[in-house]
Design a protein around this ligand. Sequence first.
Ligand code: ADP
Ligand code: MG
Ligand code: ZN
Length: 608
Amino acid sequence: MKHEKPSKPLLYYYGIAMLIWLLLNLFVFPLFNKPAVENVAYTTFVNMLYQKQVSEVEVTSTQIAFRSNIEQDGKTYVTVPMNDPGLVDRLVASGAESKQILPKQMSPLVSWVLTLAIFIVMGQVLSRYMMKKMGGGTGNFMSFGKSNARVYVPAQTGKTFADVAGQDEAKEALQEIVDFLHEPGKYTKIGATLPKGALLVGPPGTGKTLLAQAAAGEANVPFFSISGSEFVEMFVGMGAAKVRDLFKQANEKAPCIVFIDEIDTIGKRRDNMSGLGGNDEREQTLNQLLTEMDGFDGKKGVVILAATNRPDSLDKALLRPGRFDRRVPVELPDLAGREAILHVHAKKINLAPNVNFNAIARATAGASGADLANMINEAALRAVRLHRDQVEQSDLEEAVETVLAGYQRKNAVVSPKEKQIVAYHEIGHALVAAKQKDSAPVTKITIIPRTSGALGYTMQVAEEESRLMSKEEAFNRIATLTGGRAAEELIFGSVTSGASNDIEQATKLARAMVTRFGMSDTFDMMALETVTNQYLGGDTALACSETTASQVDQEVLSIIKKAHAKALGILKDHAAKLNELAQYLLDKETLTGEEFMAILNEKEEDKE
Ligand code: ADP
Ligand code: MG
Ligand code: ZN
């Protein structure tokens, strides 16, 4: 059996409980059971009787206890009874008083009950303590199997589709479910059954959880929300019990929405877990979920929503018809979507009239809804820091950079030499970008260090968002990425580690060109890699033989080399401008796109 981490403290506390019990048994209970007594021989007892030295006596079937009148401390003596027919006569003759001397023995039943009671109380205390530590609700030792799904009354989710900006396709798909929960009759009359479950898939922070809450708010039904990780329990079998309990509760409250967030935690594919017993607990939980989904009546009005950012890792059984057969993609927002999200989150913010969300939305390609919400808040915080009561465009611009690249490190110590290298590096990027067709215009160049570790960066914002990238654009992009390093080589004759991120990005893009976009000369439209983790960084898996793989590497290398050479060529051709711009950037630390273009163009006119 796999030992889950949380079981360790449990064992630990039980160990302590056992120890306490042992100590009680050894030292405390005997005090009650056995007072100080002295064992004497039967003959001694008889002798003392003769001499009338016994004041009190108690005779039981297993022992005779007595006290003597020659001692004042009332010490108790015990002896073993003999088969002595004359004992009664002797007792009467001695004048000893018959009396209860021995303490009442605790009956075995009583001590058992006491033991049990102590254990239960300890258990309760411990489980309560641990529940609190784990952030769960109340609950006691006996209810580990209960699901801790929180039931939200509609008023509590308080979210509607109006809170979700953009994501129109997703909202439409969910609207149908909401409609079904409102008026199930409309659907059942025709004989239609709605999908039992819908799976929201998309990158993190795109509003999947928010959409599920909004759907519940719109439908005005109870909303059971539980995260996949909450099913993973310390005891084997408990996850499955939780699933059972969750569906039991949901059936009682129908119509309602059950939302399983991060379902990939339990819904991971099972086949690759073979050998060594795999993770039985997770598998059992998943099986129970499948059973429950098959078991309940779709007409009753329990709709199951689930969210994941790893749809490719889900068990195929979950995606089968009758289960999560409806997939609702929740993608990163486009330009209009980003603007809408900014507007939604700025509702409660006091904005200056000069604020232009369109510009911010343009500068944030690739940002998720969560990023944008964060930017608005950062902007508001900055306004407060600067003692303003309105958020201005500059706050928003700074917030974008904060969220994308970390906070400014004004007090970071960067040597003048380093600063110079960084300035040339950034201008290198910008210049190569500006001198190529189809490159997005440079909007900002800065050499103010950031908490993310970046010593400077060049921002480019495309005029319009495009979803397709031509081979030339991809190649030019790689050339731009190599531009920083190329400038260092050209001016300082050596290179620094500062280009590591550029190198990574350039390689990734070049590799994608060869293996996935069919943009290399050697390999035509041959798929050489598949994306395995679309929404989280986009890991890839090789889908070709080893010999081909090494050819791929060759091809990638040659693309990068070509791009690098092109960048070097551009910089050599414009070396004067490179110097002039780098000097200017060193002075100012930050250049806007307009300033950059002005210097670039003015110079060019001078020359001609
Ligand atoms: P996910 O579950 O997809 O990782 P969340 O639903 O938790 O993302 O979103 C995180 C936060 O981001 C939300 O609480 C919300 O403030 C913001 N957000 C994301 N997408 C949107 C959107 N489309 N409209 C408005 N806010 C959004
Ligand atoms: Mg979420
Ligand atoms: Zn760079």
